[in-house]
Design a protein around this ligand. Structure first.
Ligand SMILES: [Fe+2]
Length: 255
């Protein structure tokens, strides 16, 4: 049984599910993949979507009620995918941020245009508050692709990395797939999640990615990803161990 720690399943909140029917279909598809728990992570603060904690909680409650009525055994938990902005700390102060299932883990999305100069300061402030940052899809961040050492340094500073299953399956291109595998092999990847938005172009490939990783990394690594996802929703500490940056490893061909 799998736990998905990143999914845009809440309807009408962002660029994910548009309707309640679509959200139900996404839950049914997740169940067919062996997913029993989904952390709903609508975009927040990205300039297009503002989904404050209270709004997320209400939608999660409503979706869980609907799933229960339809006897679909999938549990939805509250969360957010929070864009790193200058206003993030103010939002946190105002109670607008929902960590993953109220845990110490906050899912952050860096701006696609690049890592802002104030990110280190935000990271520091969040850590002072006892929060652990999970970087959403670092394999899609150009800054990390061109300079993997930077990702190593953020992990050394306490960040966790969450890889998107679609990246591993090559849906964002070969370069991102290759870098996603590098991140996994360097033990920089702590979580694998679907980042599903719909059932068409951005559906979950979590089960597919897990069986792929089992072949490439072995059962032990796979168990670690599952344990880590369980740690997130139970608010337990994730044990980390990384392999230092090696240029040779990054230039390895894909399996
Ligand atoms: Fe996302």
């Amino acid at each position: 049984m799998l736990i998905d720690t990143h999914c845009h399943i809440l309807p009408g909140m962002d660029d994910g599910a548009r309707t309640w029917d679509e959200a139900i279909e996404m839950a049914q598809f997740a169940l067919s993949e062996g997913i029993h728990t989904i952390v709903a992570t609508p975009h927040h603060g990205d300039g297009r979507h503002d989904n404050i904690a209270e709004k997320v909680d209400l939608a999660v409650q409503e979706l869980n009620d609907e799933l229960e009525t339809r006897r679909i055994p999938v549990r939805i938990l509250p969360g957010q995918e929070v864009r790193v902005t200058k206003g993030l700390l103010l939002d946190l102060d105002a109670g607008c941020i929902r960590t993953l299932n109220h845990s110490q883990y906050v899912l952050l999305e860096l701006p696609p245009t690049g890592i802002p100069s104030y990110f280190d300061e935000v990271l520091y402030e969040l850590q002072v508050l006892g929060l652990t940052v999970i970087l959403a899809h670092p394999e899609r961040q150009l800054d990390f692709i061109v300079n993997p050492r930077l990702l190593h340094s953020y992990v050394e500073q306490g960040c966790l990395c969450q890889i998107t299953s679609q990246s591993l399956m090559g849906r964002f291109g070969r370069k991102i797939q290759k870098f996603a595998m590098y991140v996994c092999k360097s033990q920089l990847a702590h979580l694998i999640a679907s980042d599903a938005h719909n059932l068409a172009s951005r559906r979950s490939h979590l089960a597919e990615a897990f069986s792929y990783l089992e072949k490439v990394q072995g059962r032990k690594a796979l168990e670690r990803y599952s344990i880590n996802a369980a740690c997130v929703i139970r608010n337990e500490t994730i044990v980390t161990e990384t392999i230092p940056y090696k240029r040779r490893l990054w230039s390895l061909p894909l399996h």
